[in-house]
Design a protein around this ligand. Structure first.
Ligand code: NAD
Length: 727
């Protein structure tokens, strides 16, 4: 293995270069850590070596820990994790103390980290153990500790070191929110020490090594009289920070993310003891988090599987289908957003609406978003001009000539959509793929208007398009592989996450989210306190309660969907109780957030104030279910729909089911998604919950046959469907 190599120059400066073969980004493995340790030993023992530079042979420093290492560590159980982490602590501590005399703190060798670019996770924890961190002025570089985003926390000393370096308050955004910074911002925040021109990086690192004095090597926490910046927990100022942090974290996470709680405990307990004891405490809490099923489920869905889907795990093997010229029909809320994300990704866009001023308004949406970017200094004036230059706003279908993909986002009306399909197909070449952004109309039915149904597909974006990262690709009955590949290549170009599902009413995401909203509204009708419904949802990790969600998406949309579903289902329609509330709300003119009036009350500026008290007058409080029952109803309403979608072959890959649920509608991210949640509780327990809910609330909670069968066999979803595609 040559992940790390060392060369010593004529001035006695050893350069350890991190360069993992056959990978574009360095990631740390257990073996590489051992190799690094050996090289550091060698350099410290070599009398000819005056100091060490640790740098990278790639344009970036490192992306973090190889997540497979974490999986291996987990497999060994608690003791193996703890021992593995303590070994890492020892190596990093060796770098930090650098051979100095423990009493006089003299005679150590200076070690500097020279970061050419991005440095994440262990890629920052290693530098934090060095005596100085110098980064190249590379505005694209990201520096930080993003572990919390995948359900763990920095466990190789990053937590303990950063808190001691910056103080708990200043370290909080980096540890608790995984905030990433470019080098200049990282320097301003005190995360790193110096930013230099990229070409001067190694020369400056060497200069620092050769000029370093003994005192430059002593970390504040190893110096006499060290006091934590901002105060330790029993200092009056520190006390405020810690008390506040607890409340803030609980408020944000609702206590469902084990990593955030464990991180805070490691910080609090660590702050009360000497540094080396704090590292042991960090290792204990890290072990506890790694053993929590939430962390493995989050890593699997939010990191490994999300990335696999983005890289085209389910892409048919068809030649490259990169989009060169995109047509967007309908420049309303969705069409305007789609035009923006495509133009931003460098794709030429023709944005068509029925009237020129509507098309212009659609293009102005891009200008507004780019202006906001300019205000936040993320976009330059030149960039704005360049992106807008790619969008042609027009009413003329002839401009679509040369488009290889057209996305239709006109009114949700099959007749209007059919007319548009015919007009587009008359204007484009025979190779062009045609996609509809419909949210409710079956793709196979819309494809009847097409002369090339094998080139007709659904590409379903979520609102707002620029923010929502999931894109649901819908394969109609006749949709061919090239259309699927085209859609996937488009989604990849605009850097979003795709799932590919088969055609069925409401596809996947809306199919699961509607029962969640309905279950919430049904409880209002039953006289359950609305605050209990909303809080139960949040306490189980849903970002929005069902009533807030329906306010955000609008009551009239709910009414429209209910009417259409009822018309399609006839007597089998099961949601009359929901409609009674929903239609009554609409009659009161409470259309949701956009109307400043919905299940919640809003002030004149549109700020949500609290649940609307008029609701209590119409639906007085009569039922007091326990919290767990409300939570089970809200979760099972979504999860059983996901299982049915799998059972019916709408979903063909549980990875898509989990990733899609978290990115599409915010399904309790701590759980890793509906299938991961079922695996955490086990199919047998899930069936038991269903049986109880059926007895109390009716057959909609009937466990699907697949779930029953799994309960009988003792199967898990990832055990059974994880390795290969489900269908
Ligand atoms: P919208 O009303 O904001 O925009 C529709 C636009 O299409 C309007 O600008 C209208 O002038 C234009 N249009 C109508 N008929 C046309 C025609 N014949 N030729 C050219 N332009 C025409 O609607 P929206 O919210 O952007 O929704 C568009 C589509 O996206 C719908 O199918 C909807 O179901 C779907 N969708 C909406 C959302 C959402 O949250 N709003 C989410 C996903 C999908």
């Amino acid at each position: 293995m040559t992940d790390f190599t060392m060369a010593v120059d004529a001035d006695g400066v050893a350069t350890i270069t991190w360069d993992v073969a056959a990978k574009s980004m360095n990631v740390m493995s257990t073996a590489a850590f051992g190799l690094l340790s050996g090289l550091v030993d060698q350099a410290l023992a070599d009398a000819a070596v005056k100091g060490i530079i640790i740098t990278s042979g790639k344009k970036d420093f490192a992306g973090g820990m190889d997540l497979n290492v974490i999986a291996e560590m987990r497999a060994g159980g608690a003791q193996a994790i703890f021992d593995g982490v303590m070994t890492m602590h020892k190596v990093l501590r060796k770098i930090e103390l650098a051979g100095m005399d423990p009493k006089t703190k003299k005679g150590g060798k200076p070690i500097v980290a020279a970061l050419p670019g991005t440095a994440l996770g262990i890629g920052l924890e290693l530098p934090l153990s060095c005596h100085r961190i110098i980064a190249a002025d590379n505005p694209k570089a990201k520096i930080g500790l993003p572990e919390i985003m995948v359900g763990i926390f920095p466990g190789a000393g990053g937590t303990t070191r950063l808190v001691r370096k910056l103080g708990a308050m200043m370290a909080a955004p980096f540890l608790l929110e995984g905030k990433l910074s470019d080098p200049k911002a990282a320097k301003a925040a005190g995360l790193i020490d110096e930013v230099v021109a990229p070409e001067a990086l190694l020369a400056r690192a060497k200069e620092w090594v050769l000029g370093a004095k003994d005192t430059d090597l002593i970390k504040p926490w190893d110096d006499k009289g060290y006091k934590m910046p901002g105060g330790a927990p029993y200092h009056p100022a520190g006390f405020m920070t810690f008390v506040g942090a607890n409340a803030m974290v609980l408020g944000k996470t609702m206590g469902v993310y084990p990593a955030a709680k464990a991180l805070l405990s490691a910080v609090y307990e660590g702050a009360l003891v000497p540094f080396d004891v704090a590292l042991r405490i960090e290792a204990r809490w890290f072990t506890s988090v790694l053993l929590n099923p939430s962390s493995s489920a989050m890593i699997r869905s939010l990191f490994i599987n999300k990335e696999a889907l983005e890289k085209g795990a389910n892409r048919p093997s068809v030649a490259d289908q990169s989009v060169k010229k995109l047509g967007v029909i309908g420049a309303g809320m969705m069409g305007a957003g789609i035009a923006y994300v495509a133009a931003l990704a460098g794709i030429e866009v023709v944005l068509i609406d029925a009237a020129q001023d509507s098309a212009d308004r659609g293009k102005a949406h891009s200008a507004d978003l780019l202006d906001k970017g300019i205000q936040r200094r993320k976009v330059t004036v030149e960039k704005k001009a360049e992106v807008l230059g790619r969008i042609l706003a027009t009413t003329d279908y002839a401009a679509l000539k040369g488009c290889d993909l057209v996305v239709e986002a006109v009114f949700e009306d099959p007749k209007v959509k059919a007319e548009v399909t015919a007009k587009v197909e008359a204007a484009v070449g025979a190779e062009c793929i045609y996609a509809s952004n419909t949210s409710t109309l079956p793709i196979s039915a819309l494809a009847k208007a097409s002369v090339r149904p094998e080139q007709f597909i659904g590409i379903h974006f979520f609102s707002p398009v620029d923010k929502m990262n999931l894109v649901e690709i819908i394969r109609g009955k006749q949709t061919g592989d090239r259309a699927v590949a085209k859609a996937l290549d488009f989604v990849r170009a605009i850097r979003k996450t795709p799932i590919v599902v088969n055609d069925a009413r409401f596809f996947y995401a809306n199919r699961c989210i509607i029962p969640y909203i309905n279950e919430g509204i049904r409880m209002v009708a039953e006289g359950v306190e609305p605050a209990l419904i909303e809080n139960a949802a949040k306490l189980v990790g849903m970002p929005l309660g069902p009533l807030q969600l329906v306010d955000e998406t609008s009551i009239d949309l709910g009414v429209k969907i209910a009417k259409a579903t009822k018309a399609a289902m006839g007597d089998a329609y099961p949601d009359g109780a929901v409609d009674a509330v929903l239609f009554w709300m609409a009659d009161q003119g409470r259309m949701g957030k956009k109307a400043n009036a919905g299940f919640y009350a809003y002030d004149a500026a549109g700020k949500r104030e609290g649940l609307w008290d008029g609701l209590a007058a119409e639906y007085p409080h009569v039922a007091d279910p326990d919290l767990a029952t409300v939570q089970h109803r809200l979760l099972m309403a979504q999860v059983l729909e996901a299982v049915r979608a799998l059972q019916e072959g709408v979903l063909t890959d549980i990875r898509e089911g989990d990733v899609g649920a978290i990115l599409g509608w915010g399904f309790a991210p701590w759980s890793g998604g509906p299938f991961s949640w079922l695996d955490i509780i086990g199919a047998a327990r899930a069936v038991e919950i269903c049986e109880k809910l059926v007895a109390e609330f009716g057959p909609r909670f009937e466990a699907p046959a697949l779930l029953r069968e799994m309960a009988t066999k003792g199967d898990s979803f990832y055990g059974r469907f994880g390795a290969q595609k489900a269908a």
